[in-house]
Design a protein around this ligand. Structure first.
Ligand code: HEC
Ligand code: HEC
Ligand code: HEC
Ligand code: HEC
Ligand code: HEC
Length: 406
């Protein structure tokens, strides 16, 4: 009899837990919706009690008091998000299709103060600060709205202020768990449902890939992998250690094991990337096997390759292939050859071209004429050619004296 009636406290506890969970989930979504409503509004005039240092949106101003974050951020692609590749295209686009150019800025230079024109009206923007223009995604884009600072909970999880807010620099901080959630990154790393898709898959789909992965199920957020210990580095496909850390690469010798032959299988598994490897359409990863002579020189006609990537045409009209690896998936390259014609060994390698698409795209753009963006595009093309690196290299049979990448 008694078991049918729940004690009042049990209902209360269950109700509170549901309420708390509901409120928390809702507050991440509603915070993100408000915080990342694009285009971002201008900050407006700073509170009268702010010093010029507190009122400044320049990353260096924040860095006066937050030097560790500034030092990290400077090395990040977020700081370089208005680099020559973007600026070179915007130069012409701003003249010919200003609305499209401003749309690029929502992700690449999102503060209203970074936009020369007011979106919509396409009139001169009174809030425009040319000094912020090329600064990519500055601190304030993620942390400041209407001159109010927003940030994560303290490391102990508390949301409380250390002292009365009016006594703290920039009036303290409004803390919210939204900063710890993948949803905070979604606006720029995921196209909306109406966004551009090829073959039924959005061109930018990182959040959805993550959401479908075992990492999301286990509560591992973008920040846990890309901002460990709250560092502001956001390492990704351009960083060899980051890429290596997301993969398990194995090379197994396979039968026949006969003298004068090599046979092996190179396997790359996405064991620790929280989305597809790679997530975007622009990188290309090659598994390569070839015969080399005693000096390590590749022998012509012996090379076999397998591509990992989502290949699209330069006009983005068509998807050529999609061989990216979802978490847990693997790619293999089997190779078996007789060691003849001066061959000393077979070399197996995994090579990453983080900007493969852009190398081809910028080349085509220059051929067609990049107008006012010509110099920038040339510089960007050069950068894409230099970003290639090798994450794995080994010889079969192994030979002492060959150098391996660090
Ligand atoms: C004059 C020094 C000063 C300047 C300039 C300054 N801050 Fe701060 N900031 C502080 C102090 C002190 C705290 C700690 C406040 C607290 O504990 O509540 C803080 C806290 C923060 C936090 C929360 C940090 C945490 O511990 O969780 C964020 C985020 C932040 N500031 C962002 C910024 C940004 C972005 C800028 C530039 C637009 C900036 N700050 C400029 C002094 C400064
Ligand atoms: C929804 C957000 C978003 C919009 C809008 C957007 N980008 Fe990007 N862009 C990104 C992200 C994210 C990357 C990094 C891709 C990656 O590695 O996942 C990127 C990378 C790039 C790069 C390569 C990196 C570099 O700095 O050279 C170029 C060039 C670029 N975008 C140009 C543009 C242009 C031009 C537009 C407007 C026509 C535009 N983007 C609109 C999010 C966006
Ligand atoms: C792309 C968005 C983004 C940019 C740009 C950015 N931050 Fe952050 N920042 C975050 C997020 C997200 C967190 C919380 C990370 C976490 O807890 O995992 C954070 C945390 C912080 C903290 C708290 C650190 C701690 O140890 O508790 C400070 C201070 C801060 N940021 C300052 C800055 C400053 C200064 C800059 C510019 C130099 C900057 N941020 C640029 C997103 C950003
Ligand atoms: C305001 C838009 C914006 C927000 C918010 C944002 N990003 Fe980005 N992110 C970009 C753009 C644009 C690029 C490409 C920059 C470039 O190379 O030009 C990028 C690049 C990256 C890269 C690529 C590094 C590489 O090697 O190519 C990683 C990783 C990344 N972001 C992670 C995050 C995470 C994690 C968050 C959330 C804490 C976040 N981003 C929030 C716009 C944003
Ligand atoms: C379990 C760890 C993990 C999680 C979670 C994770 N990433 Fe990554 N991410 C990586 C690793 C490792 C790489 C480098 C390999 C690669 O590029 O795929 C990477 C690369 C990237 C890149 C580089 C571009 C590219 O084409 O690969 C971007 C952008 C990025 N991540 C954004 C995000 C965003 C946004 C989220 C959250 C929605 C997220 N990541 C969640 C581990 C993670």
């Amino acid at each position: 009899m008694r078991s049918r009636a729940w004690p009042a406290w049990a209902l209360l506890v269950a109700g509170c837990a549901a309420g708390a969970l509901g409120a928390r989930a809702e507050s991440v979504e509603s915070f993100v919706a408000r915080h990342w409503r694009v285009p971002l509004a201008a900050q407006g005039p700073p509170p009268a009690r702010f010093t010029p240092l507190e009122a400044s949106l320049a990353p260096e101003a924040c860095g006066t008091c937050h030097p560790a974050q500034l030092a990290d951020w400077r090395t990040s692609t977020h700081a370089a998000a208005m680099g020559p590749g973007v600026a070179g295209q915007l130069a012409e686009l701003l003249v010919r299709e200003p609305a499209a150019a401003l749309a690029c800025q929502n992700c690449h230079a999102p503060l209203a103060e970074q936009a020369p024109l007011v979106p919509g009206a396409l009139a001169r923007n009174p809030a425009f600060d040319p000094a912020l223009r090329a600064r990519g995604i500055p601190c304030a884009a993620c942390h400041v709205r209407g001159h109010e600072r927003f940030g994560p909970p303290r490391r102990d999880g508390s949301l409380a202020a250390a002292a009365p807010r009016e006594t703290l620099p920039h009036g303290g901080v409004t803390r919210t768990p939204a900063y710890l959630a993948s949803e905070f990154c979604r606006g720029c790393h995921q196209f909306g449902p109406e966004g551009y898709a090829l073959n039924g898959t959005l061109l930018e789909n990182t959040y959805a890939e993550w959401k479908a992965s075992r990492f999301a199920a286990a509560g591992v957020q973008c920040q846990d992998c890309h901002m460990p210990d709250r560092r502001h580095l956001w390492r990704g496909i351009h960083d060899a250690d980051m890429v290596r850390g997301g993969l398990t690469i194995t090379l197994v010798e396979t039968p026949p094991h006969a003298a004068g032959t090599v046979a092996a299988r190179l396997v790359v598994e996405n064991s620790g990337v929280g989305h597809r490897f790679p997530t975007y359409v622009t990188p290309l990863v090659l598994l390569r096997a070839e015969l080399v002579d005693a000096a390590g020189r590749a022998l012509a006609g012996t090379r076999v390759e397998r591509r990992i990537g989502r290949e699209v045409t330069l006009d983005l009209e068509r998807e050529v292939s999609d061989t990216r690896l979802a978490p847990g998936e693997r790619a293999e390259l089997a190779y078996a050859r007789a060691l003849e014609g001066g061959a000393a060994a077979a070399r197996f390698s995994v090579i990453v071209y983080p900007d493969a698409f852009y190398t081809a795209f910028f080349t085509a753009l220059l051929r067609q004429g990049a107008g006012g963006g010509e110099d920038d595009v040339r510089r960007a093309l050069d950068e894409t050619r230099r970003s290639v690196f090798t994450v794995f290299e080994a010889l079969v049979p192994p030979k002492v004296g060959f150098s391996r990448p660090p």
